[in-house]
Design a protein around this ligand. Sequence first.
Ligand code: DCP
Ligand code: MG
Length: 373
Amino acid sequence: MPVTEKESSPVLRKIIHIDMDAFYASVEQRDFPEYRGKPIVVGGSPEGRGGVVATASYEARKFGIRSAMASKKARELCPEVLFIKPRFEAYKEVSKQIREIFHRYTDIIEPLSLDEAYLDVTEDKQKIGSALIIAQRIKEAIKAELQLTASAGVSVNKFVAKIASDMRKPDGLMFIEPARVVEFMEQLPVEKFHGVGKVTAEKMKMLNLYTGADLKKLEEAELVKLFGKAGRFYFRIVRGQDDRHVEPNRETKSLAAEDTFQLDLHTSEEMIVELDKLATILFNRMTRYQLKGRTITLKIKYSDFRQITRNRSFPTPTSDREVLFETAKQLLLGTDLNDQRIRLLGIAISNFQEITHAAGARSQLELFDPQTE
Ligand code: DCP
Ligand code: MG
């Protein structure tokens, strides 16, 4: 059968990625005028006793304070910074409200977290036709109705839209038109690829791979050899190809934290130290998504790329950091550690008790190495 025109040139999609600016901190500054114009952080502890910053207001970011930073460090950078206890109910409410605004234009909405979503507006409900105008209107509605700002990226696929939304923050709007997508990917520094963690970025640089254009010089097989299955994704994405659909109703099935080590681990002490860190990262993620799970999985990748997983399920759901850590540790000690060299460890939790509507897709991140954030 001859290939029809339609099949050979599929319709270009119109994808928007929206991400709220300094989300938790902005909601706090909106609701409590005394916090406005001040360096504040949400999460962490005022005495700098452990705990990490969930997010920082833009005033606090001027001092170098960032998400996931230890409270102590935040306090050192800015002694007058205010530590604020998170109010998840308030953030969930805003999340619901922004989603209602999105629904005015499309029902193809894929939330990634409380403050972030992909929208497919290829065929928008209001027949506006321009993704750029829709993004502009969504931003205006968020500002007028919720007194908050969001940044938007507009392009032909998820990957480019997501990178674009981050480029003009705060209150930004960035459109990468179809004809510029390839060039955009070529100039993009590898560390800006979402999903490329620090270790991978460093590895790329050691191989003299600094930008999309550098990655593009490699064959698919070479990329797979160097970066595993993510290599296949890099091969396509540097050519501007990303056909992942915007998937409404996608549920979070598991949350994970994993790390690839620069030097393989070979003592159980080193491994336990890493598991402790991973348990904290995973715990913070679970808090952020307000999830509790029944099954904890340990993932181990050896220096020869062999991979195993071990898991344990509990009768009741947990979100306890110590349970995560202890379980992962027991699972690790239950494996044969004699003469093993480990290049990656990961802890995941699944079998969630309740999946809030707001908790969006995390599974898509499996494409990447999830050491970012
Ligand atoms: N968050 C968290 N822990 C992290 C990162 C984020 O608890 N390591 C929470 C707090 C953020 C919210 O998730 O407000 C949204 O995350 P973003 O990464 O979008 O960060 P912000 O919205 O705070 O800032 P930005 O303006 O950079 O988007
Ligand atoms: Mg945000």
